[in-house]
Design a protein around this ligand. Structure first.
Ligand code: ATP
Ligand code: MG
Length: 397
């Protein structure tokens, strides 16, 4: 087996639709790629025609190309990724690389085709001729293969560029979305459940830097419940980058609600407090939106009227609910994909599940909620929770 120099080819996604701002988005994408691959060795980066070429520079980087490839599938803003062999722009070198570099993919396939692209018009063969030559060379080596131009199991791609020729097989699907950080920062209300990490992932996919806020209700919720949330935040870093986690206590609020208010309104009242505290902390942390894992109709506090009532206490920020129209099954699929599912299903209590009403209101009237809230010193309770909130360390990957 011949050894080739290899590069990673990362194909830009939606960034290519940007007009005058495109270079801004591209530079954010390159910055994020560097941040992620840094720990794997030294690479050089150059972008040509909507593709980011990532070339390993030192031995460590060369050894880590498979890990770099896998990590690249988690970079938001990238549509697809592949490893490619780099060779001289001579027909012999291209045919040799076409036969050998793609061998692993071709050995187990029954059908294939070759697609060629020639940006360097000085290369002596036109694209269809090059594809034919390369296909012939492959057939000579792999007698079991057949050409299928319509629905091949493997497509071998040959690209003749100004500097070198590049050969690769089908790319892996990338993370899609917009580059990390290109949309500003948002505050995710992160519980220990399945939904909120997925909500954070979906917003991060659109370029939002995720800050997280968790509400605990110690001693009604345990140390272990908080650790679970730290674990979730840490797992989310795989896709979402480093997450700053703030923890606020709602113990005092819950005790006041329990002693003074109608039980049927417990959850709704608590959720209105959570939104007020979240907005204040978001503003202090320079976040420009709140993000929750709410989904229409999922539970009593997520009916249309209940959502209106919790939404209405947020004064200036937009509340993003990326899961609003998603079924639980689809949310679960995403949580498995991002690796948070197994952590989320660990059975620890959440502040929303302590003091749960037996008959929660599903169609609340605002005047009734306001009447319940009038029994409480809302401002002081919110202030106390905001002032006593603390930053919780999240381990870096
Ligand atoms: P699941 O529904 O999978 O149990 P969840 O996180 O969606 O988990 P819900 O009770 O449906 O839990 O809460 C709706 C949303 O409210 C959450 O997605 C989250 O954004 C926010 N939330 C609930 N509890 C907390 C909490 N303890 N800390 C921070 N945010 C919370
Ligand atoms: Mg939920």
């Amino acid at each position: 087996m011949v050894n080739y120099d290899e590069v990673l080819l990362l194909k830009f996604g939606e960034v290519v639709l940007k007009g005058l701002n495109r270079s801004y988005f591209e530079s954010m994408l390159i910055k994020d790629t560097k941040r992620r691959l840094n720990r794997l060795g030294k690479f050089s980066y150059s972008s040509v025609q909507s593709v980011l070429y990532v070339t390993p520079v030192d031995e460590e980087a060369k050894m880590n190309m498979d890990i770099a490839l896998a990590d690249s599938t988690k970079i938001f803003g990238i549509m697809n990724v592949c490893k490619a062999a780099v060779c001289e722009k001579t027909l012999d070198a291209v045919l040799e690389a076409g036969r050998t570099y793609t061998a692993d993919a071709l050995r187990n396939a029954r059908t294939f085709k070759v697609e060629s692209k020639r940006s360097d018009k000085d290369f002596p063969l036109k694209s269809p001729e090059l594809s034919r030559e390369c296909g012939g060379a492959i057939l000579e080596k792999f007698h079991h293969l057949k050409v299928d131009v319509n629905n091949p199991q493997v497509t071998v791609k040959v690209e003749i560029r100004t500097d070198f020729a590049y050969i690769h097989t089908d790319p892996l699907v990338g993370a899609g979305g917009m580059p990390y950080g290109s949309a500003g920062k948002g505050l995710l209300l992160l519980s220990g459940g399945i939904d909120s990490p997925v909500a954070g992932y979906l917003c991060a996919k659109r370029g939002v830097v995720i800050d997280a806020l968790h509400f605990e209700s110690f001693p009604y919720t345990s140390e272990r419940a908080r650790e679970k949330v730290v674990e979730l935040a840490s797992q989310m870093e795989d896709y979402c980058g480093k997450i700053k986690l703030t923890v606020a206590s709602v113990t005092e609020i819950q005790e006041h609600i329990k002693s003074k208010c109608n039980e049927d309104y417990f959850t709704l009242l608590l959720r209105r407090f959570m939104m007020r505290i979240a907005e204040e902390i978001a503003i202090r942390r320079e976040c420009r939106c709140l993000i929750t894992g709410e989904s229409l109709g999922q539970v009593a506090s997520q009916t249309m009227n209940a959502l209106n009532s919790t939404n209405s206490v947020v004064k200036t920020l937009c509340v993003h609910r990326p899961l609003i129209a998603m079924d639980k099954e689809d949310i679960v699929k995403l949580s498995r994909k991002i690796g948070t599912f197994d952590i989320s299903i660990q059975p620890f209590e959440d502040c929303c599940t302590v003091f749960t009403p037996r008959h929660p209101v599903t169609n609340p009237k605002l005047e009734n909620i306001l009447a319940e809230e009038a029994k409480l010193d809302v401002e002081t309770l919110v202030n106390n929770a905001v002032e006593s909130a603390y930053i919780q360390e999240v381990n870096v990957f």
